[in-house]
Write a protein of this length. Structure first.
Length: 270
């Protein structure tokens, strides 16, 4: 089976400094032949990490490399293991090619879910190219620098009863319980996340880092990986039409910029 799309699997900008920012869930493209199988709700791709490119528009100033997904996570989730293994066994999660939304509603009408052959075709067309580019850029950076940081940028609605009770903290740092990043860097980032009284920051809480953080973080090998899962209420409208809110974003941006400056300082000093 083949998967037909007229969009490249990613956008990439190569930087000059030892920092790679990955945005695996910002994509919104769903090929028309797939979209017609989806519910009206799913065609709005509500579980997108909206506007992160705009929020991180200072990345080029930092000299960071930036890797950005183009396809919706409903096509294939780039932050899941290629075999579909759960990131949080025993907890409610969405899969490699999700069949339900974060609100636990069906993505496909009439149960028209992808079979194994379709999943494999999507994996070949979208998942593997993204990860090959991620691996290649980490290798390039690692060849030029003793220490490299991979920053996996995410956002999510602040309230999702399917996954957690109450309101999520605003700045959720994940380092695979310390396996993907040095303790010193994680502590520095947590202090920054908790430094603004208007925002709550946690480390390895509900979100400990997804597949990308866990797979590519290798502190002993010179690659430190960190996931930041932000609440969308910190910078945008969480319901349709999912507008970016510049005044809200201006409040949280100093913390985000300070964290990215800290990871660069960490990498360049080692």
């Amino acid at each position: 089976m083949t998967f037909v799309t007229d969009q490249p699997p990613f956008r990439f900008r190569q930087g000059t400094r030892p920092l790679l920012i990955s945005m695996p869930h910002v994509g919104t493209h769903v090929p028309p032949a797939l979209a017609v199988r989806m519910t009206e709700e799913a065609r709005h791709v509500p579980d997108t990490d909206w506007h992160l490119e705009r929020l991180y528009d200072f990345a080029d100033e930092l000299g960071a490399s930036v890797l950005v997904a183009t396809h919706s996570r409903y096509v294939i989730d780039l932050n899941r293991a290629p075999d579909g293994a759960s990131l949080y066994p025993g907890q409610s999660v969405t899969g490699l090619c999700p069949i339900d939304t974060f609100d636990d509603t069906p993505i496909y009408t009439a149960g028209d879910v992808p079979d194994a052959a379709e999943i494999a075709a999507r994996r070949d067309a979208v998942w593997h190219p993204y990860h090959r580019q991620l691996q290649a850029e980490l290798a390039r950076l690692r060849a030029a620098h003793a220490t490299v940081v991979l920053w996996d940028a995410h956002s999510i609605r602040s309230r999702l009863p399917r996954f957690f009770e109450g309101k999520l903290p605003d700045l959720n740092l994940g380092t695979a319980n310390g396996a993907s990043c040095s303790e010193a860097l994680a502590s520095t980032l947590l202090a920054i996340a908790q430094s603004a009284p208007s925002y709550a920051g946690v480390l390895n809480g509900r979100f400990k880092g997804g597949y990308i953080t866990r797979k590519y973080g290798d502190p002993a090998g010179g690659v430190h990986a960190v996931q930041l899962e932000m609440t969308q209420s910190s910078y945008m409208q969480e319901t349709l039409p999912f507008n970016y809110l510049p005044d809200e974003a201006a409040g949280v941006l100093p913390q985000v910029r300070q964290m990215l400056n800290a990871v660069l300082e960490f990498a360049l000093k080692r």
